[in-house]
Design a protein around this ligand. Structure first.
Ligand SMILES: O=C(CO)[C@@H](O)[C@H](O)COP(=O)(O)O
Length: 258
């Protein structure tokens, strides 16, 4: 990648990640400064992430932070006067260990977080869940904030799963995607199904879906749904089944940073 192409990619990712943070607010997935989004700069060993504790209304492309895959801010680049998100080490761990992942999102969306507080997987009782997640939404371990413990919990829970969402116990949801927009979509869809399954539970025990039907629904949604030629619905469609995850093999180095 040339230096100019690299600069364009970084600028594009900064704009996209800034805009997507506003989507978290629009969909009611976060309160105050909770939550964060990151996106890998394609073809590089870097990602862009939110600064810690900055109000959503103040987030701009220039305030976001460029980090290497160890989670270290790149000195001299825009935004490095600010501390990166508390979850930077977790995001970095995911990028290092899941090469197919290009975006990571964390929210405290109320219904999904309520399931996380109970430590209970959301059972796959809706076609929308089968479509989007291919099964239950799993629960990850309790993990402290600030180091890579959360990242290790995300990776160990989602490895071998079709779900792009994990409920970190007593904390909240983390979602992954082929890019940040895809991971935000997973966060929105997760909250929708967590709410509906919760409501269903108030009426009685929701009926499970046959595993064969879940497979059929997942396959159709990932490969047929939408317009011909449009991007696949999730990273799972671009990777061998059943998981969107592939072992990290390293990414090319990058000419210059910004
Ligand atoms: O729950 C957590 C910490 O995991 C976060 O959602 C914080 O609430 C927001 O942290 P920053 O990204 O602003 O540091």
């Amino acid at each position: 990648m040339t230096g100019a192409a690299y600069g364009e990619q970084v600028a594009r990712v900064r704009s996209e990640v800034a805009a997507l943070h506003h989507e978290l607010v629009r969909y009611g997935l976060v309160a105050w400064t909770a939550g964060n989004i990151s996106e890998r700069v394609p073809g590089t060993d870097f990602f862009i992430i939110k600064p810690s504790g900055v109000g959503y209304g103040e987030l701009t492309p220039a305030s976001l932070i460029l980090c290497d895959l160890a989670g270290r801010p790149v000195p001299g680049t825009s935004g490095t006067g600010l501390a990166p998100s508390s979850d930077t080490a977790a995001h970095a761990y995911v990028y290092r260990h899941m090469s197919g992942v290009g975006g990571v999102v964390h929210t405290h969306s109320p219904y999904a977080t309520a399931w996380a507080a109970r430590g209970e997987p959301v059972p796959c009782v809706l076609t929308a869940m089968a479509d989007e997640f291919g099964g239950d939404i799993p629960v990850g371990p309790f993990a402290v904030i600030g180091d890579d413990s959360i990242g290790r919990g995300i990776v160990s829970t989602l490895a071998g799963h079709r779900s792009r969402a994990v409920l970190m116990r007593n904390h909240g949801p983390f979602t992954i995607g082929r890019n940040a927009r895809d991971a935000v979509k997973a966060a929105v869809m997760l909250e929708d199904v967590a709410r509906t399954v919760h409501l269903s539970r108030q009426l009685g025990e929701p009926a499970p879906i046959d595993p064969g039907a879940i497979d059929t629904l997942f396959h159709r949604y990932q490969n047929v749904y939408g317009q011909p030629g449009a991007p696949a619905a999730s990273p799972a469609a671009a990777s061998p089944a059943p998981s969107p995850l592939t072992p990290a093999t390293g990414t090319p180095s990058t000419p210059g940073v910004q």
